[in-house]
Write a protein that binds this ligand. Structure first.
Ligand SMILES: *Cc1c(COP(=O)(O)O)cnc(C)c1O
Length: 343
């Protein structure tokens, strides 16, 4: 089945006369449990809910594994680190990944005596893997759009006995399949491209190891990081348009990136789908689509401010922000833009 068809069908039950295509959300705290509660498929809303189960079947089929959904991307990240990190373990991760993930890892470094090893290039990350327990990749990174070769780094990590986790938020499970490329875990925030309407928060963890997913479910029940049934249902409903949204976002992002790279005052345009981008060769090997994010640098913060003020279509929000750009020098300011519904 083609990916575009798979997103339309993902997680839907076999057709039955008189039943809806996608059943509505089940709102319930306790469920009826005659006899032994363990004999009922659902007993209490923190432990399980049929609306999650359908969404998990959908996401699992798109990631190529089994999925466990959480209340946000960070809840999925916390569950993964919480289940897999051991005291005194070394964790390798890119230094340009999602800010909140790096902050959480830093907090664990102190509390759990974990050693973080960070780098910003493929070769440097490769060199840090020996002796580490976890290789945490985010590719493409949000927002700097560095792309790491999952196949090459996962092979090295497995040779060294490390687990490989990939944050698949930016590419989405339609655009990239980390489990197929050798990752042990693919996780993502579904708040972004996956659901795409800027109105729900959601996260998930996917893996081919049922024991690992079972630990994630236990973590979710114990920590209460559960997704509301309404959010789960809305997310599932959004999947039907994922293919169309991703295609259009990528088309728009490439056009914007191409336009920006021809502007003399704009520096360091990054988009993995630009043929001139250093990430292009690896991105075209491992990604089905190049993603919705473009980043670029203007000569100063003032220029970037003026640019945003003059923009008629882009809005400043959590996902349009000033960051000290590593490639921009002391005065540079980078802008990243998520193209599509909000642009
Ligand atoms: C947004 C994001 C997260 C965190 O997800 P939330 O749903 O906001 O908790 C994690 N990783 C990446 C790459 C993200 O963009």
């Amino acid at each position: 089945m083609r990916p575009a068809t798979r997103v339309l069908k993902a997680g839907l039950a076999a057709p039955e006369a008189g039943e809806p295509f996608l059943a509505g959300p089940t709102f319930a705290a306790p469920f009826h449990t005659p006899g032994d509660p363990a004999d009922s498929p659902y007993s209490y809303g923190r432990l399980g809910n049929p609306t999650w189960v359908r969404l998990e079947a959908a996401i699992g089929s798109l990631e190529g594994g089994e999925a466990c959904v959480f209340s946000s991307g960070m809840a999925a990240v916390s569950a993964t680190l919480g289940c897999l990190i051991r005291p005194h373990m070394s964790v390798v991760l890119p230094s340009d990944g999602y800010y909140a993930v790096r902050q959480l890892a830093r907090a664990m470094e102190e509390k759990m005596h974990v050693q973080l090893r960070t780098a910003t290039s493929q070769n440097d990350l490769f060199g840090l893997i020996e002796g580490a327990g976890i290789l945490w990749l985010e590719t493409p990174t949000n927002p700097q759009l560095e792309v790491y070769d999952i196949t090459v780094l996962a092979a090295e990590a497995h040779r060294c006995g490390a687990l490989v986790i990939v944050d698949n938020t930016t590419a989405t499970c339609l655009g990239q399949q980390p489990l197929e490329l050798g990752a042990d875990v693919s996780l993502a925030s579904g708040t972004k491209g996956l659901t795409g309407h800027s109105d729900i928060l959601l996260g998930y963890v996917a893996s081919r190891d049922p024991e690992l997913i079972s630990r994630m479910r236990t973590w979710r029940s114990q920590n209460g990081a559960i997704l509301g049934p309404m959010e789960a249902w809305l997310a599932h409903r959004s999947l039907a348009t994922l293919y169309l949204r991703v295609q259009q976002q990528c088309r728009g992002a490439l056009q914007i990136a191409e336009f920006l790279s021809e502007q003399p005052k704009v520096r360091f345009v990054r988009y993995p789908g630009l043929k001139s981008d250093p990430a292009f060769p690896v991105a075209s090997r491992q990604m089905r689509y190049f993603g919705p994010i473009v980043s670029f640098v203007l000569p100063s913060r003032e220029k970037a401010d003026a640019f945003l003020k003059a923009c008629k279509l882009w809005r400043r929000q959590a996902s349009v922000e000033f960051i000290p750009a590593r490639s921009a020098g002391p005065d540079g300011a980078a802008i990243r833009s998520r193209t599509g519904l909000s642009a």
